[in-house]
Design a protein around this ligand. Structure first.
Ligand SMILES: [Zn+2]
Ligand SMILES: [Zn+2]
Length: 395
């Protein structure tokens, strides 16, 4: 079976790469993946399968049934959205949609899963159970397409016994993949604070309530959430990346805006931290004579890979690629909406190496020069097939 999958992945490789290039040239923003969804559904029909369209508006789901289809189901997920970035790469498949770019590799995930669909369809008489392919919208934007797909029933009829998601990794050389059991990625919450004081002439502070000084105290004090309040064993980050005090050398403004991100890996602590931050901010601001509006927009939950499923997946990957090409990953404080699936079913999110230093393919995701070594595409398609079929055999 292993050789058969590898040979089919090889055989379909040009088609997988051409699909990736089409998607790369026609990127669409989160929750606007209309043409992308149509492309996915058309390709699925062309293979001879039946897509379910319109799930969470632009999501597409495909059920590939083997023999005895009700015995077990494994789900495989790809995200389809692009980012509001102008592509700076000079490549024949450069984005044709000005200001929008597949800079997070979701074109790779989608075309690779389409390749998996074709391989699985070709092998349908040789496995037992079903594989559910999930093409979801809006990974890059709160509330996350995954949460809407779950709301619309993607994890029911049939409910998967296990689920896999893969993501490109520009820090891992092409040909290698990475896994991590247990805690892997962080919850992500956005923080918006408006500090209100009373502006006036910078020479007469006694008549003003200086929101700049209050904001400065707030930024310093809120770091206590991480250093003094967070349990040391729970990873936790608080960063403020936007501070606007639109006064002048001699003008104290009325208000200061602060924006930041709070990330951690424990839901109980996350809730407690939210309450503590608001309480601390209100106390400090009040003590200094001002007031504040403190808004927390909840993002994705933390991502925990199911330990046994991930251990098995890693071993399947070693069979496929050799032990030297399967890496252990560290925890990572970025967020990913695949986390929603991990709250409902046994799931594993792993990394697909796309780096090629010799060819200068080294840029990070979410940058205008991001690209991948396309040799990762047939590998991604074949490996996902291999993971799914092995997992279907596991009792
Ligand atoms: Zn991204
Ligand atoms: Zn991504």
């Amino acid at each position: 079976m292993l050789d058969q999958i590898k040979s089919l992945a090889n055989q379909y490789s040009e088609e997988i790469i051409s699909n990736r290039r089409h998607l790369h040239m026609h990127p669409e923003l989160s929750f606007h993946e209309k043409k992308t969804a149509r492309f996915v559904a058309d390709y699925i029909r062309q293979i001879g399968l039946t897509p379910q369209e319109g799930i969470a508006d632009t999501g597409v789901v495909v059920l590939i049934e083997g023999k005895n289809p009700e015995s077990k189901t494994v789900a495989l997920r790809a995200d389809m959205d692009a980012l509001p970035i102008t592509e700076a790469n000079d490549v024949p498949y450069k984005s044709l949609n000005e200001g929008v770019m597949h800079a997070c590799g979701h074109d790779v995930h989608t075309s690779s899963l389409l390749g998996t669909a074709k391989i699985l369809h070709a092998l349908r008489d040789q496995f037992e159970g079903s594989v559910k392919l999930v093409f979801q919208p809006g990974e890059e934007k709160i509330p996350g397409g995954a949460s809407l797909m779950i709301r619309d029933g993607v994890l029911q009829n049939p409910a998967p016994n296990g689920m896999f998601g893969q993501h490109v990794a520009p820090n891992i050389p092409v040909g290698k993949v990475g896994f991590r059991e247990g805690l892997y990625m962080a919850s992500t919450d956005e923080i918006y604070i408006k500090v209100k004081g009373k502006g006036g002439h910078g020479a007469m502070p006694e008549y003003n309530i200086d929101p700049v000084l209050i904001a400065a105290h707030l930024i310093v004090s809120l770091q206590q959430i991480v250093s003094r309040n967070a349990p040391p064993k729970i990873p936790c980050v608080l960063s403020f990346g936007k501070v606007i005090a639109n006064g002048a050398t001699n003008v104290i403004p009325n208000e200061v805006y602060i924006e930041g991100t709070f990330r951690t890996m424990d839901e109980v602590w996350r809730e407690k931290a939210h309450k503590t931050m608001v309480k601390m901010a209100e106390g400090i601001v009040e003590a200094m004579g001002g007031s504040c509006e403190f808004e927390i927009r909840k993002g994705y939950p933390f991502l925990k890979n199911h330990p046994e499923l991930t251990r098995r997946a890693k071993n399947y990957a070693i069979d496929y690629l050799g032990a030297e090409n399967v890496l252990d990953l560290d925890i990572w404080m970025a967020g990913e909406d695949f986390a929603f699936y991990t709250q409902h079913t046994d799931a594993c999110f792993y990394r697909l190496g796309t780096r090629n230093e010799a060819r200068g393919i080294i840029s990070s995701v979410h940058t205008p020069t991001f690209d991948v070594d396309e040799a990762a595409l047939p590998l991604g398609a074949g490996l996902m097939t291999w993971l799914a079929l092995n997992e279907l055999k596991t009792v």
